[in-house]
Design a binder for this molecule. Structure first.
Ligand code: ZN
Length: 204
């Protein structure tokens, strides 16, 4: 399986990082070795002093597809989960400045938190209006809603399937809203989607 991630998909997050609003979705991949399932500890890697959490809605692909038309995209997933795209911001900044790929800052072991529970689409109602939050040590740190995405879920599926064949079990991380921050040892990160707690991760 593969993990496809979307960068800069929320306006307020683009502003907080002083990034430019892209004309097309920014796409990058992570290997399956980066997956960290809920309840496992996250270890800050020794090559970074500035690891940020990015809470993101995750789409799980349930059909094989390529060149998917946007109007059929909803047939390619029926579950939505929540995760964290951990980012070594200091490493990423350096790579960006040099125009190099981001993988070392985002694809390392443990960098992709994935909830064990995914919620069925039909339980969620309008999936372009789903609230989700990240709580850090009990305090609300990121407060998002899928309606704030620049490119919506179906647009993203259509877009990425022009480049990559989507396979059953592939995950799409759909970008983070504002409120990213540095994690330190002993932080507790809780993710909530549509009022349901989907993950709880301790930083080590
Ligand atoms: Zn991200």
């Amino acid at each position: 399986m593969k993990i496809i991630c979307i960068g800069r998909n929320y306006v307020e997050h683009i502003k907080e990082l002083n990034s430019d609003r892209p004309d097309e979705p920014i796409v990058f991949l992570k290997p399956d070795t980066s997956i960290l399932l809920d309840k496992n500890p996250f270890f800050i890697p020794d090559f970074s002093n500035d690891v940020h959490h990015e809470v993101e809605v995750i789409i799980k692909i349930n059909r094989l597809g390529k060149h998917i038309d946007e109007k059929f995209a909803h047939k390619y997933y029926d579950e939505i989960g929540l995760g964290i795209d951990f980012t070594a911001r200091d490493v990423q900044r350096e790579l960006k400045e040099k125009g190099l790929p981001w993988e070392k800052s985002k694809a390392f072991d443990g960098a992709s938190v994935v909830s064990r529970t995914f919620i069925k689409k039909d339980k969620l109602g309008d999936f372009n209006n789903i609230d989700f939050q990240l709580f850090k040590n009990g305090k609300l740190q990121q407060d998002g809603n899928t309606r704030l995405m620049i490119w919506k879920i179906d647009e993203l599926i259509s877009y990425v399937s022009k480049y990559f064949t989507l396979k059953i079990g592939d995950l799409i991380f759909t970008g983070t809203p504002a409120g990213v921050s540095k994690v330190v040892e002993n932080d507790e990160l809780k993710g909530v989607l549509a009022g349901e707690e989907l993950f709880s991760i301790r930083v080590k």
